[in-house]
Design a protein around this ligand. Structure first.
Ligand code: AMP
Length: 395
């Protein structure tokens, strides 16, 4: 696995695929700069080596060229974070981009306009990738968030750098963290899978059963399992067509020696709203007209014991409807348990969409070992897939 340390960037131009797909407000100001901050170590290392950086990214889902999706809006924020002036070219390929890249001096940074202004980017077009490749001597992929896409800038462009391509430090860290859980995690290994639906996590669950000793299933997924086992779930979210699958997962887990922990009690609400009436009930005895929206106190206690027994912990998906304050306790308490286990030496990885949002919202970001920057990319990794953007560097 080639990383930044395998190259000396002195007098070299690094063509870096970053993930600067950041949220903007209606004044076009960056409202969450995490992704820019995450790319900083790679950029600074190359500049300190005496190299220069050509940065390329997408922003949003433009249809053709649309000013609101221009990366020019984020130039000031990047300059702020890096403390270096950032030049900008309003087309990511073509004569001007090539001339500006050629003129780049050691220590300088050039940001290319939104890659997705060209439909060839998402098509993984080879000619487009070749044009991009003219802008650098060494290709660095540091965009985990798009590593599961075989786009021109994330995958195809690597073909033009057979000997001169590597992972940036962020992507290398993501790969190491997943490996720590999926391959060489210290036992006991625990996965906590929450979120809304069994159907979106099924491949993850099946793949993960070979890697873990304990599996906590929480969130909306719970109720498909409970109903399949004959429990009364009231109006809780449930995928009836996945009940057989749920029973099969439990059987597979048993055969593989994986201990599955489902909630034993829940917070039930009489409405899907923050101001609903609530009661605690046994997970198998939820009255009609009520739905399970969070883990109950007994479940929280059981999960805390399991989490604190484990040395390697993966967390994907909230334990309840954490977006509503009244139903956030289970997710917050799980975060506390994982933070405590981490403090006592466990390795904890949080990844995949909503659990990352929860971790940030409740301030656990620095209390877990690693928070992944990729939603879909993380899920596909947990499903056991080799991501095209990663394979392209390993080739
Ligand atoms: P996912 O994207 O599959 O990880 O699902 C995350 C979503 O699951 C969040 O928006 C939560 O509000 C939702 N969720 C968690 N628990 C429940 C539940 N008991 N009922 C309905 N939705 C839930």
């Amino acid at each position: 696995m080639k990383t930044l340390n395998d190259f000396n960037f002195k007098d070299k131009k690094a063509l870096i695929r970053v993930d600067f797909n950041v949220p903007l407000n209606d004044q076009f100001e960056v409202t969450d700069a995490t992704r820019i901050v995450s790319a900083k170590p790679t950029i600074i290392k190359i500049l300190e080596d005496g190299g220069s950086c050509v940065l390329m990214s997408h922003l949003g889902r433009p249809k053709g060229v649309q000013d609101e999706f221009s990366l020019k809006h984020i130039v000031p924020k990047i300059e702020d974070i890096l403390g270096v002036e950032v030049k900008f070219t309003d087309n990511c390929v073509g004569a001007e981009a090539e001339a500006m890249a050629a003129a780049l001096q050691p220590g300088e940074i050039l940001l290319l306009e939104n890659l997705r202004f060209h439909e060839e980017e998402k098509q993984g077009d080879k000619d487009f990738a070749e044009q991009l490749s003219k802008l650098g001597d060494i290709y660095v992929n540091d965009a985990f968030g798009t590593a599961h896409r075989a786009h021109a800038s994330t995958t195809i462009v690597a073909e033009f750098f057979p000997e001169h391509k590597c992972f940036g430090s962020l992507l290398a860290q993501e790969i190491e963290s997943i490996k720590k859980v999926m391959e060489d995690g210290e036992k006991p290994v625990l996965a906590v899978l929450g979120g809304a639906k069994v159907s979106s996590k099924i491949t993850v669950i099946e793949n993960i059963l070979d890697k873990v000793d304990h599996l906590i299933i929480g969130g909306g997924m719970t109720f498909t399992f409970i109903k399949a086992q004959g429990g009364k779930i009231g109006n809780s979210i449930c995928e009836d067509d996945k009940m057989e699958l749920a029973l099969d997962i439990l059987k597979q887990a048993e055969a593989k020696g994986v201990k599955v922990h489902l909630p034993v009690d829940v917070v039930a609400a009489d409405d899907f709203s923050n101001t609903a009436n609530t009661q605690f009930c046994d997970v198998t005895a939820i009255p009609d007209g009520w739905e399970g929206v969070d883990a109950g106190p007994k479940s929280i206690e059981i999960f805390d014991t399991v989490v604190n027994q484990c040395k390697t912990i993966l967390w994907n998906g909230p334990l309840g409807v954490f977006e509503m304050e009244s139903f956030a306790k289970g997710t917050i308490e799980l975060g506390n348990s994982i933070a405590n286990a981490t403090k006592n030496g466990a390795f904890s990885l949080v990844g995949g969409g909503d659990s990352v949002a929860a971790v940030k919202q409740f301030g656990f970001e620095n209390k877990v070992s690693y928070v992944s920057t990729g939603g879909g990319a993380m899920l596909e990794s947990l499903e056991g897939k080799t991501l095209p953007g990663i394979a392209a560097i390993l080739d």
